[in-house]
Ligand binder design. Structure first.
Ligand SMILES: Cc1ncc(COP(=O)(O)O)c(C=O)c1O
Length: 427
């Protein structure tokens, strides 16, 4: 099987919803992937922030194999130990509440939308405010919630009840609240919209606004969660130096991977997916007390959500992250990569931003060799990096995203920096 023949088979049998790159992969190990011809790529995309502990991690492979030999699925008509254990884990890392499990980020957000509708139903409030350039998934409600026109085009009429306001603009959010508004949904760091982090004052202001107006505050943590920023949740990282957001950490957990989980700032619900099970499909929603029983029996569900297999995988990913201190690693190498990229900052790079291992490299807007008809400069740059053996992800029109596995090391970081420098020099 060659890359060319695989691409040909896809073009004949797979619905072309993705503008796929002309690459195929047959195996992975750690931060590397190999194509059918044997070429090795350094994977700084990690399946779009999914392969949190890299490819083929022995602990994850072992947990999945063992669980597959024990019990893969029962449905949610029954109880299983791995789901209980994982829910307890998430609650311990976030705060008092309960969890719902599903299979993707879009489904996790769908759960938030239904929670808001149910919560506001009797008072006649149903509107959810989100932000411009946000991304919340590809379901009909997901694209209605997403603050980007390109995902909505051709699918009108949109699901009713979503409005978008500029990100990090508290006054705009405050002004947008109407007597129909029931919830506000923001990403801690906008991933698809160019890697833009919420500022502490914004998050704290949204919490205050929601308390004043009796709104639910939702955080979409699908891409920026799971320790990618150096904390489990990106808001924990964003607010870690903010006095107003902290209460004393009672005793503190032994592992620095879980620094100050007892933040005084808590959203009312959080959607998670992507990296949570290290590559197995899983979505999760944490819902704060006293809202955690609003979605009662018969109101919501999914056949596959929280299977023993996916939960066992997620639990093993948490164990690896804690044992190998990968939150600290994300912080260390995130800072290293950003510092080195800023030093590289040439006439080609306009800005470097992000937190931990969620890094956006914004290119200068008018680089002639990136101007290709029908493609954004970010996609052209990503193609050039592919040729050099480095996988990255476009974000917005001019930004490339670096999302390496959380266990990335110095050799791999330097290797990526060198490839980026070489490609930039050749532009
Ligand atoms: C912030 C955010 N929310 C939701 C989603 C949708 O997740 P999924 O593709 O698993 O449905 C994504 C996917 O990129 C995302 O980045």
């Amino acid at each position: 099987m060659s890359t060319a023949s695989l691409i040909d088979r896809f073009s004949r049998s797979v619905v072309p919803t993705y503008g796929r790159f002309p690459l195929a992969f047959t195996r992975g190990q750690g931060s590397f992937l190999w194509d059918p011809e044997g070429k090795r790529y350094l994977d700084f995309g990690a399946g779009i922030a999914v392969c949190s502990i890299g490819h083929a991690h022995p602990a994850l492979a072992h947990a999945v194999a063992q669980q597959a030999q024990t019990l893969i699925h029962t449905s949610n008509l029954y109880h299983t130990e791995p789901q209980a254990h994982l829910a307890e884990k998430l609650v311990s890392l976030i705060g008092p509440g309960k969890c719902f499990f599903c299979n993707s980020g879009a489904e996790a957000n769908e759960t938030l939308f239904k929670l808001a509708r149910k919560f506001g139903h009797d008072s006649g409030r149903h509107e959810i405010l989100t932000t411009i350039n946000s991304f919340h998934g590809r379901t009909l409600a997901g694209i209605a919630a997403t603050g980007q026109d390109k995902v909505k085009k051709g699918f009108e009429p949109a699901v009713e009840g979503f409005r978008h306001v500029p990100f990090n603009d508290l006054d705009a959010m405050r002004a947008a609240v109407s007597d129909k508004t029931i919830a506000i949904l923001v990403e801690g760091i906008q991933g698809e919209g160019g890697v833009h982090a919420a500022i502490p004052e914004y998050l704290l202001g949204l919490r205050k606004l929601c308390d004043e107006r009796k709104l639910l505050l939702f955080v979409d943590s699908v891409q920026c969660g799971m320790f990618r920023t150096g904390q489990f949740q990106s808001y924990q990282r964003i607010l870690e130096n903010s006095q107003a957001a902290q209460t004393p950490n009672a005793g503190g957990p032994p592992n620095s991977a879980i620094r100050n989980p007892q933040s005084a700032f808590l959203p009312d619900a959080i959607s998670m997916a992507k990296g949570i099970a290290g590559g197995l499909p899983m979505g999760a929603v944490w819902i704060r007390q006293p809202y955690s029983d609003i979605l009662g029996p018969g109101t919501h569900g999914t056949t596959f959500g929280g299977t023993p297999l996916a939960c066992a995988a997620a639990l093993s990913v948490f164990t690896v992250i804690e044992k190998e201190k990968l939150a600290d690693n994300a912080r260390t190498f995130g800072e290293y990569l950003q510092t080195q990229l800023v030093l590289q900052k040439s006439s080609r790079i306009r800005n470097v931003r992000g937190l931990g291992l969620m890094i956006g490299v914004e290119l200068q807007p008018d680089i002639p060799s990136l101007a290709v008809e029908g493609k954004t400069p970010a996609i052209v740059m990503v193609n050039k990096l592919h040729d050099a053996g480095l996988l990255t992800i476009p974000s917005g029109n001019h930004t490339i995203r670096l999302l390496p596995p959380l266990n990335v090391n110095m050799y791999e970081s330097n290797h990526a920096l060198q490839k980026i420098a070489e490609v930039l020099a050749a532009l």
